[in-house]
Design a protein around this ligand. Structure first.
Ligand code: EPU
Length: 416
C-alpha cells in the first residue's frame, strides 16, 4: 500500500504547468464514441480515472492508445453495449456511456456507477431527462437498461447536474430535430465538451449559459482537441500556497474558469492576479479567515475545493464558516484534521473552522479524492512529518502531486 510522506513546508516558490482537467476529459472520452473516425485528445492527464475510462472504451471495442499526454481513440467498431459493475464501480463518470451509447447504438446495459464516497449521488435527473427524450429505461439488479432513439424535446432540469447535462448532450447530438435543455449546468467542463462536439460536426449552442440547444446532425467526424487546464488542481495548489505562504505561478488556465474560487481565495489576504493564461498567487504568513464560503454549481465556489479550502483555513487568524450545498456530507476529513490539532465543528452541511496556531503531523487516511488533496495541504502546514494512506484516491485526479509540489519547493515523497 502506498503512503505519501509530507514534510512541513517553507513558503512555496516557483512556476508549474497545470495538468489537463479530469472532469473535462472524462466526458470527452465518452464523446469519442460518437464518431467512427479517430478522435485525438491532447493534454490528457495520466490519472486512474482516465485509465478506468480507457478500460471501458476498450471493453466496448474501441481502439485507444497513449502517445505521451495525447490520447488517440478510434471507435469505428463497437461490438458490445454491456458495461458490468467491474468497470463502473470505481468511476462515477462511467454513467456518461449511457448517453453516448444511446446516441451511437440506441441501447445500453450499464451497471450503476461507483466513485468517491461523498454522500448520496442519485441518477434521477439523468433518467427522467432521457425518458423525456423517448429513451425507455428499466432497472435490472444493479444494471440500468436503456433503449430507444432520442426524439426532439424540451427538457427542464430540476437541478443543474453536471453529469446529467453531459448525458443529455451526448444522447441528443444526432437527434432528428432539436433538443432544448433549460436549467443546465454551466461548468467550464460543459463548455469544453460542447466545443469538442462542435469540432466533431455537432451543432450545439448556449453552453456556459442556462439554456443549451442541440440541433441534430447526421453524423460526427473525427477531431483533434486540447483538454483545458484543471481548475480544481490549480485551486488545490493555490490553496497550498495560501496555507503555508509563497509566490507561485500556475500556467495553462483560462481566467473565466476560476469564477467562484478566485474571489473567495483572495479573501484570505493573498494577492492574486491573472496574466495571459497564468494565475499568480502571492501569500505571506497565516491566511485571514473567510467569513462565509458556500459551495454551489458554477459559478459558485466549487465543492471539489471545499476540503482543500477547509484544510487551508485551519491555521487562519480567526473563524471561517463553510456551507456545503452540493454534497452536504462531504466532510470526510474533519476527524483527520481535528486529530492533527485543528478545531473544526461539523453539522448540518456546515463546518466552523476555528483557526489554531499550529497543527502536528501523524498518520492519517484519505477516503476520497478531494479529501486526500486537503490532507496533503494539512501535511504541508503540520509540524513534523505526515503519513497519508488511501493514496489511490489522490491518483484518481492528480497526475503527480509530488512532482508539482516539489517543483514549488515542498518536500514530499511516495513510499511504497
Ligand atoms: N444529483 C441528483 N440527481 C441526479 C444527479 C445529481 O440529485 O440525477 C445531485 C447530486 O447528488 C449532487 C448534485 O446533484 O448533490 C450535483 O451532482 P452532479 O450531477 O452535478 O455531479 P456529477 O456530475 O456526479 C461532477 C464532477 C464532480 C463534482 C460535481 C459537482 C465529474 C466526473 N464529476 O459530478 O467531481 O463534484 O460534478 O461539481 O465531472 C471530483 O472531481 O472530485 C468530483 C466529485
Amino acid at each position: 500500500m502506498k503512503i505519501l510522506r509530507v514534510s512541513k513546508a517553507e513558503p512555496l516558490n516557483g512556476e508549474i504547468n497545470v495538468q489537463g482537467s479530469k472532469n473535462a476529459v472524462l466526458p470527452m472520452m465518452a464523446a469519442a464514441l460518437l464518431s467512427r473516425e479517430t478522435v485525438i485528445l491532447h493534454n490528457c492527464p495520466h490519472i486512474s480515472d482516465v485509465c478506468d475510462m480507457i478500460a471501458i472504451l476498450k471493453r466496448l471495442g474501441a481502439y485507444v492508445r497513449w502517445e505521451g499526454n495525447t490520447l488517440v481513440i478510434n471507435a469505428q467498431r463497437i461490438n458490445n453495449v454491456v458495461i458490468s459493475e467491474e468497470y463502473t464501480r470505481n468511476l462515477r463518470a462511467s454513467v456518461l456511456f449511457l448517453g453516448a451509447l444511446i446516441c451511437r447504438e440506441g441501447c445500453v446495459k450499464i451497471a450503476y456507477p461507483g466513485g468517491c464516497d461523498i454522500g448520496k449521488r442519485p441518477l434521477d435527473i439523468h433518467v427522467s431527462a432521457l425518458e423525456k427524450l423517448n429513451v425507455k429505461i428499466k432497472e435490472e439488479g444493479c444494471f440500468l437498461i436503456a433503449k430507444g432513439h432520442v426524439n426532439e424535446s424540451q427538457i427542464a432540469l430540476r437541478y443543474p447536474s453536471v453529469g446529467a447535462t453531459e448525458n443529455i448532450i451526448l444522447a441528443s447530438v444526432c437527434v432528428d430535430g432539436i433538443v432544448n435543455i433549460t436549467g443546465v449546468a454551466r461548468e467550464p467542463e460543459i463548455v469544453a465538451l460542447c466545443e469538442m462536439l462542435n469540432a466533431m460536426g455537432a451543432d450545439i449552442v448556449g453552453a456556459g449559459g442556462h439554456v443549451i440547444t442541440i440541433r441534430g446532425v447526421k453524423r460526427l467526424h473525427g477531431a483533434e482537441f486540447d483538454v483545458p487546464g484543471d481548475r480544481i488542481v490549480a485551486g488545490t495548489y493555490a490553496l497550498a500556497a495560501i496555507a503555508v505562504g509563497g509566490h507561485i505561478r500556475i500556467n495553462g488556465l483560462k481566467a473565466p474558469d476560476l469564477a467562484g474560487q478566485y474571489m473567495i481565495l483572495s479573501q484570505t489576504d493573498a494577492k492574486m492576479s491573472f496574466r495571459r493564461n497564468t494565475w499568480c498567487i502571492d501569500a505571506v504568513g497565516r491566511p485571514k479567515p473567510v467569513s462565509l464560503i458556500k459551495t454551489g454549481p458554477f459559478p459558485g465556489f466549487p465543492t471539489d475545493l471545499q476540503s482543500p479550502v477547509m484544510a487551508t483555513l485551519i491555521r487562519a487568524r480567526g473563524c471561517s464558516k463553510i456551507v456545503e450545498t452540493v454534497y452536504p456530507d462531504r466532510f470526510g476529513i474533519v476527524n483527520e484534521l481535528n486529530a492533527m490539532g485543528a478545531d473544526i465543528q461539523c453539522g448540518n452541511g456546515t463546518v466552523l473552522v476555528n483557526g489554531v496556531n499550529g497543527i502536528k503531523g501523524g498518520r492519517i487516511t484519505a477516503t476520497e479524492l478531494r479529501g486526500a488533496a486537503g490532507l496533503v495541504i494539512a501535511g504541508l502546514e503540520a509540524e513534523g512529518d505526515t503519513y497519508i494512506s488511501g493514496i489511490n484516491y489522490l491518483e484518481r485526479g492528480y497526475e503527480d502531486i509530488c512532482r508539482d509540489l516539489k517543483a514549488l519547493g515542498a518536500e514530499l515523497e511516495m513510499l511504497d
